[in-house]
Design a protein around this ligand. Structure first.
Ligand SMILES: Cc1cc2nc3c(=O)[nH]c(=O)nc-3n(C[C@H](O)[C@H](O)[C@H](O)COP(=O)(O)O)c2cc1C
Length: 432
């Protein structure tokens, strides 16, 4: 039986991508030779490594990255101090010409960072003149060694507007503003970018962080000859931060711009989550640093299978589908409550649920030591679900809603006789 065909192509600012999967600007998009390899494997476009005009020579610190391993999981995060491209501008532009000649239907996004207003203009123009289909303005690198650049621009909102307007005046191709997550509210700088004429927003660049300190020399890593720096964290560790900023911007009616999402995407599921929260395209770096360009094959297959299973023909119909379910916590219906539900026939008797419930949950489990099985006391269960997070058997512990009149038990008091010593008056708010 032939597999049903779904349409992964997507329009982003009037440019057609054959699928939503792009390389983000970084070492994975550093040269035509690399990008070519990625295109052959299935990536539909690239945000090329951020160009530099050669006015200020770029020298990368050495070493420039450190892996944030956690337990036995490698590269939960990646710490980097890499700068923008150190290649001569001419070489990068020759690569643009090569890629556009050989791959006219793949999308070439030129990522640029000027160190002055006229440099933004210059880099925008040469990019367009040499075949770039779109521009991405890097307002967001958190560890540039050239003062006042990168995310310092992304935090000075009027500069975002000014440089976006400069670039928009200089070119006719669509312009994406790439945002820093090192702020509290991304909608605000995104609106400044929109005022400057941005056609789309991409996010997130790396999150400022320190992910490891060498215990022998006490220097944060990467240790650049005795000095560590607060620098960019990427990879799975930052996905929740990326998704939050994307959801905020997608829900902002005033903004209403196409979004390109990134931050911790490794699998088709990660990519889909960004799409469901409003991204038309997604970009990847650390996932490729960990596994190589080949992950795009799983992304294409996984997303296609998901669409077939859900009866969705076009990927554009998935964009933003989860947004109607994203609200603030005051919208929760607190009348509906539930507890955990244990399928003890499948239990392996490890007891991890009992330990975490007793030390960090509702102390709602009794332990049948003879049979090595937990027994739930329903009216003590907080439905925190931590027992299910540590249970080694998939889906043994699930969630069950309780009837409308069901009540959780009152908290236990250790010694009621202490009430006579209590210094306490109920709080009375002062009415102004
Ligand atoms: C080593 C490294 C270098 C990067 N260089 C750039 C860059 O030159 N320009 C840019 O806009 N973003 C740069 N980024 C940020 C990525 O494009 C991306 O926004 C970020 O890493 C989050 O995605 P990820 O979790 O898939 O890596 C770099 C990231 C890494 C890890």
């Amino acid at each position: 039986m032939s597999k049903k065909k779904v349409d992964l192509s997507i329009d982003f600012c009037g440019v057609t991508f054959k699928n939503p999967f792009l390389l983000s600007s970084s070492p994975v998009s550093n040269s035509a030779e690399m990008v070519e390899r990625a295109f052959e494997m299935g990536w539909s476009g690239v945000a090329f490594k951020t160009l530099n005009s050669d006015r200020i020579p770029i020298i990368h610190p050495s070493p420039r990255m450190n892996s944030y391993h956690y337990g036995n999981k490698k590269l939960v995060g990646l710490q980097n101090v890499e700068q923008i491209s150190d290649r001569p501008l001419k070489d990068n532009l020759l690569d643009f010409l090569y890629l556009k000649k050989k791959y006219p239907k793949h999308v070439l996004i030129s990522s640029i960072m000027g160190f002055s207003n006229d440099e933004w203009e210059y880099l925008a123009k040469v990019s367009e003149d040499n075949g770039a289909d779109m521009l991405e303005l890097n307002f967001s690198c958190p560890h540039m060694s050239v003062e006042g650049t990168g995310h310092h621009v992304g935090k000075a909102f009027d500069l975002i507007e000014k440089f976006t307007a400069t670039v928009k005046k200089a070119v006719s191709i669509p312009v994406i503003a790439k945002m820093t997550p090192n702020i509290t509210d991304m909608t605000e700088p995104a609106l400044y970018a929109k005022n400057g004429g941005a056609d789309a927003i991409s996010a997130i660049n790396t999150v400022s962080g320190i992910s490891e300190i060498g215990l022998n020399d006490m220097v944060p890593k990467p240790n650049v000859f005795g000095i560590g720096a607060i620098s960019g964290t990427s990879g799975p560790a930052i996905k929740p931060i990326g998704l939050h900023f994307i959801a905020d911007m997608a829900k902002c009616k005033e903004l209403n711009l196409p979004l390109s999402g990134m931050g911790g995407i490794e699998t088709w599921i990660d990519a889909l989550e960004y799409i469901l929260l409003g991204c038309a395209t997604i970009q990847v770096t650390t996932g490729i640093i960990h596994y190589g360009y080949g992950i795009v094959e799983d992304m294409i297959e996984g997303l296609s299978d998901f669409m077939v299973a859900k009866g969705v023909d076009k990927v554009k119909d998935l964009v933003g589908m989860s947004l109607k379910h994203v609200a603030t916590t005051d919208k929760f219906n607190l009348k509906r409550q539930g507890v955990t539900d244990y399928d003890t026939d499948r239990c392996v008797g490890c007891g991890q649920c009992y330990v975490v419930c007793t030390d960090a949950g509702g102390q709602a489990l009794d332990w049948d030591a003879a049979n090595r099985r937990p027994k739930l006391i329903e009216d003590k269960c907080l439905s925190c679900m931590i027992c299910s997070f540590v249970c080694p058997v998939p889906e043994l512990i699930s969630y069950k809603e309780m009837p409308a009149d069901w009540m959780r038990n009152e908290t236990k008091i250790m010694d009621e006789s202490l009430e006579s010593e209590l210094k306490y008056q109920p709080f009375k708010p002062t009415i102004i």
